[in-house]
Design a protein around this ligand. Structure first.
Ligand SMILES: O=C[C@H](O)COP(=O)(O)O
Length: 278
């Protein structure tokens, strides 16, 4: 059910996982194979319904990216293959080619079949000095190369309960959102924003539902957000997300971005089903 007074959103749901740097090479291979065959089983009875309403993505580490794409390509579309599972990267550079030792080109990612690039994750901002400026330049490069930027935004500290706490969080998050939207001139370009309160990442439970809904509602009301083509910017929640959460967030959120609570492929598939059916 949508928020009273707000028309239902016209966009596909989306749910996915980043494996960050948690998995060994073998674990990524096994995870991909188990998860895609579980998804196959899940999709079989209600295949068309789920495949027609929901996007699923997996973001492995750079080394495993190509192998994951190839292994999903060997499955039929809409049955756990690459047509129904978008494979993403955890970062990229803002230039396509050049003297940038150790960096990964968005042009190369696009050429090997990568569909989504995650940018500005809190861990990259905190540990590797990523800023709103570099994140925005990377988002523009991802769009330029025909992929979808998945940009992480979120306030650093847990706000105090109440209106003032919410306002401070909104203020912090809107700076990040504005910076990304300003860098992407094409108002129809597909963008995914992952609202990930930094204090809820790696925690034992997600941020409170009222807080998440409050922040995301404010993102949706923003002028720059509303200037985009309807449905082109989807918003996910991330930060200790897992099964049992999406139903409480569905009035404002388009899906979930999972971490640890999707490491078990069965839990991941369970969450996909919940997001698709909510
Ligand atoms: O990339 C995913 C998010 O950072 C959430 O991770 P988490 O669910 O393990 O807290």
């Amino acid at each position: 059910m949508s928020t009273p007074g707000r028309p239902p959103r016209k966009c596909r749901r989306i749910v996915g996982v980043s494996t960050k740097m948690y998995f060994s090479a073998d674990k990524t291979t096994n995870f991909t194979s188990t998860f895609s065959s579980n998804l196959n089983d899940l999709l079989e009875p209600e295949r068309l319904k789920i495949a027609s309403t929901t996007d699923v993505f997996i973001i492995p580490d750079f080394i495993q990216l190509r192998g994951v794409i190839d292994s999903l390509r060997s499955r039929p579309p809409n049955l756990g293959g690459t047509e129904s599972i978008l494979v993403g990267a955890q970062d990229c550079h803002w230039e396509d080619y050049g003297s940038f030792t150790g960096e990964v080109s968005p042009a190369v990612l696009a050429a090997v079949g990568c569909r989504i690039v995650e940018l500005g994750h809190a861990e990259r901002r905190r540990l590797f000095g990523e800023t709103d400026e570099t994140t925005a330049k990377k988002a523009a490069a991802v769009v330029r190369n025909g992929m979808i930027p998945l940009v992480c935004v979120g306030e650093v500290s847990q706000p105090q309960v109440g209106t003032e706490g919410l306002e401070k969080a909104v203020e912090e998050v809107m700076v990040q959102v504005r910076s990304v939207l300003a860098a992407i001139a094409d108002k129809e370009a597909e963008v995914i924003l992952a609202y990930e309160p930094v204090w809820a990442i790696g925690a034992s439970e997600p941020a409170g539902v009222d807080h998440v809904l409050g922040v995301v509602r404010r993102i949706r009301e923003n002028e720059e957000f509303q200037a985009r083509m309807e449905g082109s910017v989807r918003i996910l929640y991330g930060g200790s997300a897992g099964p049992g959460l999406f139903d409480k967030l569905k009035s404002e959120l388009d899906g979930l971005f999972l971490g640890r609570f999707a490491h078990d492929p069965e839990q991941f598939v369970k969450t996909i089903r919940e997001v698709a059916e909510a």
